[in-house]
Design a protein around this ligand. Structure first.
Ligand code: SF4
Length: 298
Protein backbone atom coordinates (compact mmCIF):
# COMPACT_ATOMS: atom_id res chain seq x y z
CA UNK A 1 0.00 0.00 0.00
CA UNK A 2 1.32 3.42 -0.94
CA UNK A 3 -0.50 6.29 0.76
CA UNK A 4 -0.27 9.68 -0.91
CA UNK A 5 -3.08 11.47 0.91
CA UNK A 6 -4.44 11.77 4.43
CA UNK A 7 -7.90 13.19 4.99
CA UNK A 8 -8.22 14.39 8.57
CA UNK A 9 -11.74 14.28 10.00
CA UNK A 10 -11.03 17.25 12.25
CA UNK A 11 -14.35 16.76 14.02
CA UNK A 12 -17.40 14.56 13.73
CA UNK A 13 -19.51 17.59 14.63
CA UNK A 14 -21.32 19.59 11.97
CA UNK A 15 -23.84 22.39 11.76
CA UNK A 16 -26.08 20.14 9.63
CA UNK A 17 -27.30 16.54 9.58
CA UNK A 18 -27.27 15.89 5.84
CA UNK A 19 -29.19 12.84 4.63
CA UNK A 20 -26.24 11.50 2.63
CA UNK A 21 -23.45 12.06 5.18
CA UNK A 22 -21.02 9.10 5.35
CA UNK A 23 -19.78 10.01 8.81
CA UNK A 24 -23.08 10.87 10.48
CA UNK A 25 -21.92 14.47 10.97
CA UNK A 26 -24.24 16.25 13.38
CA UNK A 27 -24.34 18.86 16.14
CA UNK A 28 -24.72 15.99 18.63
CA UNK A 29 -21.68 14.03 17.43
CA UNK A 30 -18.58 13.75 19.60
CA UNK A 31 -14.91 13.52 18.73
CA UNK A 32 -12.71 16.48 17.77
CA UNK A 33 -8.96 16.70 17.15
CA UNK A 34 -6.75 18.96 19.22
CA UNK A 35 -3.83 20.93 17.79
CA UNK A 36 -1.53 18.35 19.39
CA UNK A 37 -3.33 15.42 17.79
CA UNK A 38 -3.26 17.16 14.39
CA UNK A 39 0.50 17.66 14.80
CA UNK A 40 0.92 13.99 15.66
CA UNK A 41 -1.04 12.86 12.60
CA UNK A 42 0.92 15.21 10.32
CA UNK A 43 4.20 13.86 11.71
CA UNK A 44 3.00 10.31 11.08
CA UNK A 45 2.08 11.28 7.54
CA UNK A 46 5.46 12.88 6.96
CA UNK A 47 7.26 9.85 8.39
CA UNK A 48 5.76 7.64 5.68
CA UNK A 49 7.63 9.58 3.01
CA UNK A 50 4.91 9.02 0.39
CA UNK A 51 2.16 11.39 1.54
CA UNK A 52 1.93 14.60 -0.46
CA UNK A 53 -1.53 15.94 0.32
CA UNK A 54 -3.53 16.65 3.45
CA UNK A 55 -7.25 17.46 3.54
CA UNK A 56 -9.08 18.86 6.53
CA UNK A 57 -12.71 17.83 6.61
CA UNK A 58 -15.28 16.49 9.03
CA UNK A 59 -17.97 17.10 10.10
CA UNK A 60 -17.42 20.77 9.56
CA UNK A 61 -13.78 21.71 10.16
CA UNK A 62 -14.40 25.46 10.49
CA UNK A 63 -16.29 24.75 13.75
CA UNK A 64 -12.84 24.44 15.34
CA UNK A 65 -11.26 27.39 13.60
CA UNK A 66 -8.09 27.73 15.69
CA UNK A 67 -7.30 24.03 15.37
CA UNK A 68 -8.01 24.11 11.64
CA UNK A 69 -5.81 27.14 11.05
CA UNK A 70 -3.02 25.63 13.13
CA UNK A 71 -3.26 22.38 11.17
CA UNK A 72 -3.28 24.10 7.79
CA UNK A 73 -0.24 26.17 8.72
CA UNK A 74 1.64 23.12 9.96
CA UNK A 75 0.70 21.01 6.94
CA UNK A 76 1.71 23.74 4.48
CA UNK A 77 4.98 24.35 6.34
CA UNK A 78 5.71 20.62 6.11
CA UNK A 79 5.36 20.85 2.35
CA UNK A 80 2.02 19.12 1.90
CA UNK A 81 -0.56 20.25 -0.63
CA UNK A 82 -3.47 21.33 1.60
CA UNK A 83 -7.21 21.12 1.02
CA UNK A 84 -10.28 21.89 3.10
CA UNK A 85 -13.85 20.64 2.70
CA UNK A 86 -16.57 22.87 4.19
CA UNK A 87 -20.27 23.64 3.99
CA UNK A 88 -19.53 27.42 4.19
CA UNK A 89 -21.86 27.96 7.16
CA UNK A 90 -19.47 30.70 8.26
CA UNK A 91 -19.88 32.86 5.12
CA UNK A 92 -22.76 34.96 6.47
CA UNK A 93 -21.70 37.93 4.35
CA UNK A 94 -18.96 38.64 1.86
CA UNK A 95 -16.90 40.70 4.37
CA UNK A 96 -17.25 37.94 6.98
CA UNK A 97 -16.26 35.29 4.46
CA UNK A 98 -13.27 37.38 3.45
CA UNK A 99 -12.08 37.72 7.06
CA UNK A 100 -12.62 34.00 7.74
CA UNK A 101 -10.62 32.92 4.70
CA UNK A 102 -7.91 35.57 4.72
CA UNK A 103 -5.49 33.61 6.99
CA UNK A 104 -5.72 30.62 4.63
CA UNK A 105 -4.68 32.53 1.51
CA UNK A 106 -1.47 31.16 0.07
CA UNK A 107 -1.69 28.02 2.20
CA UNK A 108 -4.69 26.17 0.75
CA UNK A 109 -4.58 24.66 -2.75
CA UNK A 110 -8.20 23.49 -2.76
CA UNK A 111 -11.22 24.78 -0.86
CA UNK A 112 -14.06 22.37 -1.66
CA UNK A 113 -17.55 23.57 -0.81
CA UNK A 114 -20.47 21.20 -0.38
CA UNK A 115 -23.12 22.51 -2.74
CA UNK A 116 -26.02 20.21 -3.51
CA UNK A 117 -29.66 19.72 -2.68
CA UNK A 118 -28.77 18.13 0.68
CA UNK A 119 -27.13 21.37 1.75
CA UNK A 120 -29.69 23.66 0.13
CA UNK A 121 -31.45 24.67 3.33
CA UNK A 122 -32.07 28.16 4.66
CA UNK A 123 -29.61 30.66 3.25
CA UNK A 124 -26.90 28.13 2.45
CA UNK A 125 -26.81 29.04 -1.25
CA UNK A 126 -26.09 32.67 -0.35
CA UNK A 127 -23.32 31.56 2.01
CA UNK A 128 -21.77 29.41 -0.71
CA UNK A 129 -21.85 32.43 -3.03
CA UNK A 130 -20.15 34.60 -0.38
CA UNK A 131 -17.49 31.95 0.21
CA UNK A 132 -16.84 31.57 -3.50
CA UNK A 133 -16.50 35.32 -4.01
CA UNK A 134 -14.16 35.70 -1.03
CA UNK A 135 -12.02 32.75 -2.12
CA UNK A 136 -11.77 34.20 -5.63
CA UNK A 137 -10.63 37.57 -4.23
CA UNK A 138 -8.03 35.85 -2.05
CA UNK A 139 -6.94 33.56 -4.91
CA UNK A 140 -7.79 30.42 -2.98
CA UNK A 141 -8.52 27.67 -5.57
CA UNK A 142 -12.11 26.46 -5.30
CA UNK A 143 -13.79 23.14 -5.84
CA UNK A 144 -17.38 22.06 -5.42
CA UNK A 145 -18.77 18.80 -4.08
CA UNK A 146 -22.17 17.80 -5.39
CA UNK A 147 -23.90 14.56 -4.50
CA UNK A 148 -26.74 13.17 -6.62
CA UNK A 149 -30.23 12.48 -5.31
CA UNK A 150 -31.68 8.97 -4.92
CA UNK A 151 -32.65 7.48 -8.24
CA UNK A 152 -36.35 7.70 -7.62
CA UNK A 153 -38.89 9.38 -5.41
CA UNK A 154 -37.29 12.76 -4.82
CA UNK A 155 -38.62 14.53 -7.88
CA UNK A 156 -35.80 17.05 -7.55
CA UNK A 157 -33.54 17.95 -10.45
CA UNK A 158 -30.00 16.69 -10.04
CA UNK A 159 -26.97 18.87 -10.59
CA UNK A 160 -25.49 17.89 -13.93
CA UNK A 161 -22.07 17.08 -12.47
CA UNK A 162 -23.24 15.41 -9.27
CA UNK A 163 -21.19 12.53 -7.83
CA UNK A 164 -22.89 9.22 -7.27
CA UNK A 165 -24.91 8.89 -4.10
CA UNK A 166 -23.58 6.01 -2.01
CA UNK A 167 -25.91 4.43 0.49
CA UNK A 168 -23.56 4.38 3.43
CA UNK A 169 -23.67 6.25 6.73
CA UNK A 170 -26.88 8.20 7.29
CA UNK A 171 -28.01 7.55 3.70
CA UNK A 172 -28.74 3.93 4.63
CA UNK A 173 -31.39 5.09 7.09
CA UNK A 174 -32.73 8.18 5.38
CA UNK A 175 -32.39 7.70 1.62
CA UNK A 176 -32.10 4.00 0.79
CA UNK A 177 -35.86 3.42 0.86
CA UNK A 178 -36.24 5.92 -2.02
CA UNK A 179 -33.92 4.00 -4.36
CA UNK A 180 -34.43 1.01 -6.64
CA UNK A 181 -33.34 -2.14 -4.81
CA UNK A 182 -31.46 -5.13 -6.24
CA UNK A 183 -30.85 -8.71 -5.05
CA UNK A 184 -28.21 -8.91 -2.30
CA UNK A 185 -26.12 -11.52 -4.11
CA UNK A 186 -25.53 -9.21 -7.08
CA UNK A 187 -23.20 -7.02 -4.99
CA UNK A 188 -20.02 -8.96 -5.58
CA UNK A 189 -17.55 -6.08 -5.73
CA UNK A 190 -16.80 -2.90 -3.81
CA UNK A 191 -17.45 -0.30 -6.52
CA UNK A 192 -15.96 2.79 -4.90
CA UNK A 193 -12.85 2.06 -2.81
CA UNK A 194 -9.57 0.42 -3.77
CA UNK A 195 -9.22 -1.59 -0.58
CA UNK A 196 -5.95 -3.14 -1.75
CA UNK A 197 -4.19 0.16 -2.33
CA UNK A 198 -6.50 3.01 -1.32
CA UNK A 199 -4.07 5.84 -2.03
CA UNK A 200 -5.73 8.07 0.53
CA UNK A 201 -7.22 7.21 3.89
CA UNK A 202 -9.29 9.10 6.42
CA UNK A 203 -7.98 9.62 9.94
CA UNK A 204 -10.49 10.45 12.65
CA UNK A 205 -10.18 12.23 16.01
CA UNK A 206 -9.84 8.94 17.86
CA UNK A 207 -6.89 7.89 15.70
CA UNK A 208 -8.66 5.35 13.51
CA UNK A 209 -7.26 5.07 9.98
CA UNK A 210 -10.23 4.29 7.72
CA UNK A 211 -9.91 2.19 4.56
CA UNK A 212 -13.55 3.07 4.00
CA UNK A 213 -15.69 4.87 6.53
CA UNK A 214 -15.99 2.58 9.55
CA UNK A 215 -13.44 -0.01 8.35
CA UNK A 216 -10.32 0.63 10.40
CA UNK A 217 -6.79 -0.28 9.37
CA UNK A 218 -5.71 0.42 12.96
CA UNK A 219 -5.21 3.29 15.36
CA UNK A 220 -2.29 5.61 14.74
CA UNK A 221 -2.40 6.87 18.31
CA UNK A 222 -1.46 3.30 19.33
CA UNK A 223 0.66 2.12 16.39
CA UNK A 224 2.72 4.27 14.06
CA UNK A 225 1.35 4.85 10.58
CA UNK A 226 4.38 3.27 8.85
CA UNK A 227 3.87 0.16 10.99
CA UNK A 228 0.17 0.03 10.15
CA UNK A 229 0.90 0.39 6.45
CA UNK A 230 3.69 -2.22 6.52
CA UNK A 231 1.52 -4.70 8.40
CA UNK A 232 -1.51 -4.36 6.13
CA UNK A 233 -2.23 -7.56 4.23
CA UNK A 234 -5.41 -6.76 2.33
CA UNK A 235 -6.47 -10.35 1.70
CA UNK A 236 -6.04 -11.25 5.40
CA UNK A 237 -7.85 -8.22 6.79
CA UNK A 238 -11.08 -9.55 8.37
CA UNK A 239 -13.34 -7.14 6.49
CA UNK A 240 -11.32 -5.92 3.49
CA UNK A 241 -10.33 -9.52 2.66
CA UNK A 242 -13.87 -10.78 2.00
CA UNK A 243 -14.79 -7.50 0.30
CA UNK A 244 -11.86 -7.93 -2.08
CA UNK A 245 -12.74 -11.56 -2.70
CA UNK A 246 -16.41 -11.06 -3.47
CA UNK A 247 -17.75 -7.69 -2.37
CA UNK A 248 -20.38 -7.21 0.34
CA UNK A 249 -22.06 -10.46 -0.74
CA UNK A 250 -18.90 -12.30 0.35
CA UNK A 251 -19.06 -10.64 3.77
CA UNK A 252 -22.51 -12.21 4.10
CA UNK A 253 -21.44 -15.69 3.05
CA UNK A 254 -18.03 -15.81 4.75
CA UNK A 255 -19.47 -14.88 8.14
CA UNK A 256 -22.98 -16.29 7.73
CA UNK A 257 -24.63 -12.95 8.44
CA UNK A 258 -28.41 -12.51 8.44
CA UNK A 259 -29.48 -10.23 5.61
CA UNK A 260 -32.42 -8.90 3.64
CA UNK A 261 -33.17 -9.86 0.06
CA UNK A 262 -32.69 -6.54 -1.75
CA UNK A 263 -30.51 -3.45 -1.27
CA UNK A 264 -30.09 -0.03 -2.84
CA UNK A 265 -26.43 -0.58 -3.70
CA UNK A 266 -23.29 -2.42 -2.58
CA UNK A 267 -22.64 0.08 0.22
CA UNK A 268 -26.15 -0.38 1.62
CA UNK A 269 -25.55 -4.13 1.98
CA UNK A 270 -21.98 -3.56 3.20
CA UNK A 271 -23.12 -1.12 5.87
CA UNK A 272 -25.85 -3.41 7.17
CA UNK A 273 -23.62 -6.47 7.28
CA UNK A 274 -20.82 -4.57 9.01
CA UNK A 275 -23.23 -3.37 11.70
CA UNK A 276 -24.07 -6.98 12.44
CA UNK A 277 -20.39 -7.92 12.51
CA UNK A 278 -19.35 -5.14 14.91
CA UNK A 279 -19.53 -7.30 18.07
CA UNK A 280 -17.19 -9.76 16.36
CA UNK A 281 -14.68 -7.18 15.09
CA UNK A 282 -15.00 -4.25 17.51
CA UNK A 283 -11.54 -2.79 16.83
CA UNK A 284 -11.94 -2.98 13.06
CA UNK A 285 -15.54 -1.86 12.61
CA UNK A 286 -15.11 1.35 14.55
CA UNK A 287 -15.72 3.84 15.98
CA UNK A 288 -19.34 4.18 17.11
CA UNK A 289 -19.56 7.57 15.41
CA UNK A 290 -19.23 5.95 11.95
CA UNK A 291 -22.24 3.78 12.71
CA UNK A 292 -24.50 6.57 13.91
CA UNK A 293 -24.06 5.69 17.58
CA UNK A 294 -23.18 8.37 20.12
CA UNK A 295 -19.51 7.63 20.67
CA UNK A 296 -16.72 8.44 23.06
CA UNK A 297 -15.26 11.91 22.81
CA UNK A 298 -11.66 12.46 21.78
S1 SF4 B 1 -18.96 -1.46 -0.66
FE1 SF4 B 1 -18.36 -1.18 1.50
S2 SF4 B 1 -16.13 -0.88 1.46
FE2 SF4 B 1 -16.92 -0.52 -0.64
S3 SF4 B 1 -17.27 1.71 -0.76
FE3 SF4 B 1 -19.22 0.74 -0.19
S4 SF4 B 1 -19.24 0.83 2.07
FE4 SF4 B 1 -17.11 1.16 1.43
Amino acid sequence: MKLTGLHLLLTYQCTFECDHCFVWGSPWQSGTMTAASVDHILQEGASLGTVNSIYFEGGEPFLYYATLLHGVRQAAATGFRVGIVSNAYWATSLPDARETLRPFAGLVADLSLSQDLYHDVGDVSARIANARAAAAELRIPLGTIQIAQPDEGSGDPEPASASALMYRGRATEVLASRATHHPWDTFTTCPYEDLRDPGRVHVDPLGHVHLCHGISLGNLFLTSLPELVDAYEPDRHPVAGPLLAGGPAALVTVYGVEHGERYADACHLCDEVRRRLRPRFPATLAPDQMYGVAGEAS
